[in-house]
Design a protein around this ligand. Structure first.
Ligand SMILES: [Zn+2]
Length: 361
């Protein structure tokens, strides 16, 4: 459950005499208290007054909390826009909701707000004390960025239920960069285990016993292949191969899953070890592959999958990427996942000062 806290707008003017230009104290009141119009859901104006600095002679406007200097839209309005966007509305539709609420806000302003909040969230994330993660999950996804197909690499803490550790503008095909990056993050968070799918880019980053495959990925891909071969065997009237695939499927489904290769699988492998061509050849390949990867699959008693990482990608990125034509700039796309995943920045502001968080746990 995520509770969103919107920034509030102050009703009283706090007399702050410090000059924003030269930062010296003892500023003088330069006007009576007036009310300035703002665009907000609850209040139409806030108290403000002009101040003058006796040192540098410059003046400034003192305003109640909740509206940034020079802005008409309150932090609350900006926060509502961000929230609507994060919940899936487009900038254009967010604009419509806000004007229906009588706080008009252009769609370009909303886009700017989202980009700057994403950047801010990313900064907060970076500055937060480093988390310790036992199992680091890595997975990549594709996205249109700045008019071209780009990749985004997600790293999340699997053992802590999918904490976003980091997002990098890297494609899984950028082998060297991905390996370097993942290796660096592994060291930074003190991870003991790297959990991924079977993509070859993740091989060799850490020694084998520390690199484990996601059980659900593995089970799904091997199961699918076994089913395909099973269907083919039935269609070709090869009952022995069909039975073998049936046995393999049963082995894949075993719960609890034996941590070492079960003798039944070794028996199946031996049966097809010399098959090279046609369906038996394919069966041989699959059986050998399953045998070879059996012990690479995670046997974590709590969560042997990489689903937590995928959840992070789905919730913070994929849904948004699906409903738009693409991110206009790489930094916007990469900043985006930090917005809803700003859990580490819990109760810290994305848009305003203290207590004005848009995102909390
Ligand atoms: Zn001054």
């Amino acid at each position: 459950m995520v509770a969103y806290i919107l920034p509030s707008v102050g009703s009283a003017l706090k007399l702050d005499r410090r000059c924003p230009h030269c930062h010296r104290p003892h500023g003088r009141i330069h006007s009576s208290q007036r009310h300035g119009a703002i665009r907000d859901l609850k209040v139409s104006s806030i108290p403000q007054r002009r101040m003058k600095c006796p040192w540098c002679g410059l003046t400034w406007t003192l305003r109640a909390e909740g509206v940034k200097p020079g802005h008409q839209r309150s932090d609350r309005t900006i926060g509502v826009g961000l929230l609507l966007y994060m919940l899936g509305l487009s900038c254009r539709h967010t604009e419509r909701v806000l004007s229906a609420l009588e706080c008009p806000s252009g769609k370009s302003s909303i886009e700017r707000d989202v980009a700057s909040a994403g950047h801010h969230a990313q900064e907060l994330h970076r500055q937060a004390p480093p988390v310790r993660v036992r199992v680091l999950g890595a997975d990549g996804t594709g996205a249109a960025m700045a008019g071209r197909e780009a990749g985004v690499l997600f790293l999340a803490g699997v053992d802590c239920g999918g904490w976003l550790v980091g997002v990098a503008p890297l494609h899984e095909q950028q082998t060297e960069e991905v390996r370097r990056h993942v290796g660096r993050v592994m060291a930074a968070v003190g991870a003991e285990e790297l959990r991924t799918d079977e993509h070859s880019v993740y091989e060799g980053i850490v020694p084998q016993p520390r690199h484990r495959l996601c059980l659900s990925h593995w089970r799904k891909s091997k199961g699918k292949r076994a089913w395909d071969l099973h269907r083919q065997a039935v269609a070709e009237g090869r009952s022995l191969e069909a039975d073998t695939m049936g046995e393999l499927l049963a082995l894949l489904r075993l719960r609890p899953r034996p941590p070492t290769v079960p003798p039944e699988l070794e028996r199946l492998v031996r049966r097809y070890i010399n098959a090279r061509r046609g369906l038996p050849g394919k069966v041989n390949q699959l059986l050998q592959h399953v045998e070879r990867t059996w012990q690479k699959v995670s046997d974590d008693p709590v969560d042997p999958t990489n689903n937590a990482t995928e959840r992070v990608i789905g919730l913070t990125f994929k849904i948004r990427a699906k409903t738009m034509r693409g991110f206009k700039a790489v930094h916007k796309g990469v900043g985006h996942p930090y917005l809803p995943a700003g859990r580490r920045a819990c109760r810290v502001s994305f848009v305003g000062k203290k207590g004005s968080a848009i995102c909390a746990r």
